[in-house]
Design a binder for this molecule. Structure first.
Ligand code: SAH
Ligand code: F3S
Length: 442
């Protein structure tokens, strides 16, 4: 505030795409003369960058907006904008319902932020910008206010065309739009020059990427970015099983920079439910894909997402999910109780799994997954893993980072390492959700 410049604060909830969009908002406003504030209390412009993937996330948005409204009442001139997925989903309705919201900016109109803010300040307007430009992804890499020097995310494809029957993302993020491969490579190269050693490519279905001009696919992109001089780790998220061809398995093959970790949501182990979810693969196709990936990418570790209590899920269907989880032995699993979402096909179906039944299924699934993780992590005791230090652990007592296979490793020594440092660690203890290790000579 000392410089007299106006200030912006962005509060982001939800996925990595939202996180990156949050940094895009800050970068765009900085380009327009703003400074970043450290809290909403001191900011002239406050943006709530929202998530609507499950009902709980959306309800939190309204609670938080209520709190921000109280803050705004006490302060003259504070501008409050809603962006992200709830903004996209609700549009105009947000403005009519919430008189204290100054503007609504959808996920496809991020670059319009400076002009929207100008309209609020200069024209006393209450803009709603929620369209999608279907031809091109408007994305200015230089206007991203990145905070971590050694790691960077890059959006390569926006939107999703899959329309899984439970999922609101095709509504909130629009149709698939890929960036040009050459632009992604150029952005990667620039980031590496600036000191980035780990890049994560982002997309709701990242492996559906296809260059709009040349037709190059995601395997081509992995090859192009994965061989850039100076890049130590390349990750990508989220892969859809349907788009996972042999070409991509080959591109992931022995290449030092491509991390042996995949997030490959399965959602259910029952063919009947997979079909009702419109996932476009069967249980056996998924299992076969896992086998082919494991054969082609040595040491690969696979994580997943699972939904329980989807409409029509019987005890038998759920048992099939449990048996698939036992068979694959995922390294990690995000498990959710089904939540009906607006504009989705499943929301019209009877939600016939009682909440207590769904909760009990969730508990059983989480227990099984914990057992699997405990076993896997214990079997790593005595092994050596390379750790890229991110900062301190949750208690702030040890340096913490990730292995190439995406496992959290906390370094069990008093010494602290700078974020961005590579440390070779011997694993001394495998806990259910993390590993303990001590540094050893590389
Ligand atoms: N492809 C996306 C998926 C977005 S949603 C990605 O980038 O991760 C993330 C996960 O949330 C999904 O894989 C699914 O398991 C879960 N999910 C999505 N919609 C849901 C709903 N209506 N109820 C419960 N879980 C849901
Ligand atoms: Fe959602 Fe299915 Fe796309 S989970 S993001 S509609 S692949």
């Amino acid at each position: 505030m000392t410089s007299g410049k106006p200030t912006v604060f962005v509060e982001t909830w939800g996925c990595q795409m939202n996180e990156l969009d949050g940094r895009r908002f800050v970068g765009l406003m900085k380009g327009g003369g703003y400074e970043e504030a450290t809290s909403p209390e001191t900011a002239d412009l406050v943006l709530l960058n929202t998530c609507s993937v499950r009902d709980k996330a959306e309800q939190k948005v309204y609670d938080r907006l209520g709190q921000l409204a109280v803050m705004k009442k006490k302060r003259d001139g504070m501008i409050l904008g809603v962006c992200g997925c709830v903004a996209q989903q609700e549009g105009e309705a947000l403005l009519s319902r919430l008189p204290y919201v100054d503007f609504v900016l959808g996920t496809g109109r991020i670059e319009a932020l400076p002009s929207v803010v100008r309209r609020v300040v200069e024209e006393d307007d209450r803009p709603v910008e929620v369209g999608f430009d279907l031809d091109e992804v408007a994305y200015t890499p230089s206007a991203i206010a990145r905070t971590i020097p050694h790691k960077a995310s890059i959006t390569v494809i926006e939107g999703c065309n899959k329309y899984c029957t439970f999922c609101v993302v095709p509504t909130t993020r629009g149709r698939e739009r890929s960036r040009r491969l050459a632009d992604v490579v150029e952005e990667s190269r620039r980031l590496i020059q600036e000191g980035v050693v780990e890049i994560e490519l982002l997309g709701q279905t990242v492996n559906a990427f296809q260059d709009p001009e040349t037709g190059e696919d995601f395997a081509d992109l992995i090859r192009a970015v994965g061989t850039l001089e100076g890049l130590k780790r390349l990750r990508f998220v989220t892969s859809h099983p349907k788009n996972f061809g042999d070409g991509l398995i080959e591109a992931m093959g022995p290449k030092p920079s491509v991390c042996p970790f995949l997030h490959l949501p399965v959602q259910s182990g029952s063919d009947r439910i997979l079909n009702r979810m419109k996932r476009q693969y069967t249980r056996s196709e998924y299992l076969d894909l896992v086998r082919r990936i494991r054969a082609g990418v040595p040491g690969v570790v696979i994580g997943t997402d699972i939904i329980v209590g989807f409409p029509g899920e019987t005890d038998g269907d759920f048992e099939e999910t449990l048996s698939l989880v036992s068979e694959v032995e995922f390294a990690s699993a995000f498990c959710f109780v089904y939540s009906p979402r607006p504009h989705t096909a499943a929301t019209r179906w009877e939600n016939d799994v009682p909440r207590p039944v769904a909760s009990e299924r969730l508990t059983r699934l989480l227990d099984l997954q914990q057992e699997i993780q405990k076993r896997a992590h214990r079997s790593l005791e005595g092994e050596r893993l390379e750790v890229l230090v991110d900062g301190d652990d949750k208690k702030g007592k040890k340096s913490s980072g990730r292995s190439p296979c995406n496992r959290v490793v906390n370094l069990d020594v008093p010494r602290r390492f700078r974020p961005g440092t590579f440390v070779m660690a011997e694993i001394t203890r495998g806990l259910p959700n993390s590993l303990l290790g001590v540094p050893v000579a590389g």
